[in-house]
Design a protein around this ligand. Structure first.
Ligand SMILES: NC(=O)C1=CN([C@@H]2O[C@H](COP(=O)(O)OP(=O)(O)OC[C@H]3O[C@@H](n4cnc5c(N)ncnc54)[C@H](OP(=O)(O)O)[C@@H]3O)[C@@H](O)[C@H]2O)[C@@H](O)CC1
Ligand SMILES: [K+]
Length: 485
């Protein structure tokens, strides 16, 4: 599991550790790790030219001490000071002592023109709100210079706790983060600004809150091993009911394809059987003869362990209400989200998983789509709180919040822009629904489903455009990949 911690938690852990190590030791560890990555990016340090952007906090201190190490290895290092009167004093003295040269903000463009590398030490976890005017101008000049950028701890202008970006922010090629991942490095838009994230251990360990080992992550990203341990595998005792029967209420005369794609995802998600209820039975059977189809109300369709309702459903609110009233886990997607009654969802006794994209989430929250895209973490928590349901917010970084909105939010690390294709959400619904039917909790079903879905898209795409049916067909390859076969 890759866990990212809030600024508050990181600060508490740092304070606790600082009390036990010599003064300045943590900053030296950070600077040493930072200098190693800078050297890697440069290739050859001797004779290179490095520009440090130095703010008035410890983030700037890290940059200065890394600059010291690079200067000692023969780099020409220049420090642009944003507020010369408040710069990290020890760092500046050491920097000067190592032969580093200081320039004011007005000299920045000149040194940038001949630089091989920029080190962004404007602000780290102490940053608040959008970058101030002078910092924003400097960041604009860096972007125009085209020089590669290594960000210190996180790209300046990215909110550490949420990944939100208000106005200008540094676009880094590499971000060197210290002691713990920050949520803003894993969630878009921040994740995109961070480039490749490199972790430097400064001794914070598992970053417990207050030193008792109980610190809770703000954001978690499942890794291969986590997903492998959650995959439902059949045993000798399995029959279709033990593996899980998933019911699908999707598709309409107008959108039969959504039903087909949803069933495709469910069959590859390991369901023992798939029951289909709705208007697209002929299309489903033609493509997947193993599906059990019926045309009446879902409650009369026979036993299922979980329902998926909504993709391409049109206005079939009767079937939707029937499913929402069922006493098994239910995944609600697409048209189902538009039709579902908030109070009815809140009142359900079995788990509910909602899977909106940003536009659908915005409609449910009554805000503009851009607001959801800017603040994905806040949006997913808000929805999970309002509906008292687990919410999977699809998009450039898919997030899963537990019912109620509290606790760690899962962020999916396998997403790819190739997934932005019609029908891929229907495949995900079927896939996650099958995992629900197999007995995974709503949070695990959502996170594992998103993980396999992203991986399947990568397998299917392999650098070229794909359709949603290709993604469904590549789900078995994603399973094998995760299982290490
Ligand atoms: N603690 C530790 O053990 C270790 C910490 N480490 C490092 O310390 C970093 C945290 O340092 P920090 O706390 O000094 O804050 P930091 O990120 O430098 O920013 C504060 C400065 O920024 C300014 N500022 C704020 N917002 C702004 C804005 N929007 N636009 C422009 N400026 C803005 C703010 O100005 P002020 O509000 O005071 O006027 C203040 O001067 C952390 O990220 C890591 O790199 C490592 O060495 C490892 C050990
Ligand atoms: K920074």
């Amino acid at each position: 599991m890759r866990t990212a911690f809030s600024v508050e938690t990181v600060r508490a852990a740092e304070l606790e550790l600082m009390a036990r190590v010599p003064e300045g030791a943590l900053m030296q560890r950070a600077a040493a790790g930072l200098a190693v990555v800078c050297a890697e990016v440069l290739g050859k340090v001797y004779g290179s030219r490095v520009v440090l952007l130095v703010g008035s906090g410890d983030n700037g201190g890290d940059a200065l001490y890394a600059g010291v190490r690079l200067a000692r290895r023969g780099a020409g290092v220049f420090a642009v000071l944003l507020s010369p009167e408040r710069v990290h004093a020890g760092g500046l003295a050491a920097f000067r002592g190592a032969g580093g040269r200081v320039v004011g903000i007005e000299g920045a463009e000149d040194v940038l023109r001949r630089a091989d590398l920029v080190v962004d030490g404007i602000v780290g976890i102490g940053g608040k709100g959008g970058l101030r005017e002078s910092a924003a101008q400097l960041v604009g000049a860096v972007r125009e210079s085209g020089v590669p950028v290594v960000a210190v701890d996180l790209p300046s202008g990215v909110d550490a706790d949420s990944g939100e970006v208000a106005g200008e922010a540094v676009r880094a090629d590499v971000t060197v983060t210290f002691g713990a991942y920050k949520p803003g490095l894993l969630i878009d838009p921040g994740r995109e600004y961070a480039g490749v994230v490199r972790f430097v251990d400064i001794g914070l360990g598992g970053v417990p809150g207050g030193g008792d080992g109980s610190g809770e992550g703000a954001v978690e990203a499942l890794q291969y091993a986590d997903v492998a341990s959650l995959l439902p595998l059949p045993t000798g005792e399995s029959d279709k009911y033990r593996r899980g029967v998933v019911g699908i209420v999707a598709g309409s005369g107008r959108y039969p394809g959504a039903a087909v794609l949803c069933v495709a995802g469910a069959l590859r998600g390991g369901a023992g059987a798939v029951r289909y209820v709705g208007h697209a039975a002929d299309a489903v059977i033609a493509r997947f003869p193993e599906t059990l189809v019926s045309a009446g109300p879902p409650s009369k369709a026979g036993r299922v362990q979980a329902w998926v309702v909504g993709p391409g459903l049109g206005d079939d609110s009767e079937r939707l209400e029937d499913v929402v009233g069922a006493d098994v886990p239910v995944l609600i997607d697409a048209d189902g989200l538009r039709l579902a009654d908030e109070a009815a969802v809140r009142g359900r006794s079995a788990p509910t998983l909602l899977t909106p994209h940003a536009g659908e989430a915005a409609a449910l929250l009554g805000v503009a789509r851009e607001e959801v895209e800017r603040g994905r973490l806040a949006a997913v928590r808000e929805l999970a709180g309002r509906y008292r349901a687990t919410v999977l917010l699809k998009g450039s970084t898919t997030l899963v919040a537990a019912a109620g909105g509290g606790g760690a939010v899962r962020v999916n690390p396998t997403g790819t822009p190739w997934l932005a294709t019609a029908g891929s959400g229907d495949v995900l619904s079927g896939l996650a629904g099958a995992l629900l039917a197999a007995g995974l909790g709503a949070g695990d079903a959502g996170a594992v489903g998103a993980y396999l879905h992203g991986l399947a898209a990568r397998h299917a795409a392999d650098g070229a455009p794909v359709g949603a049916h290709d993604v469904a067909a590549a789900i078995p390859a994603a399973w094998r990949d995760v299982r290490g076969d």
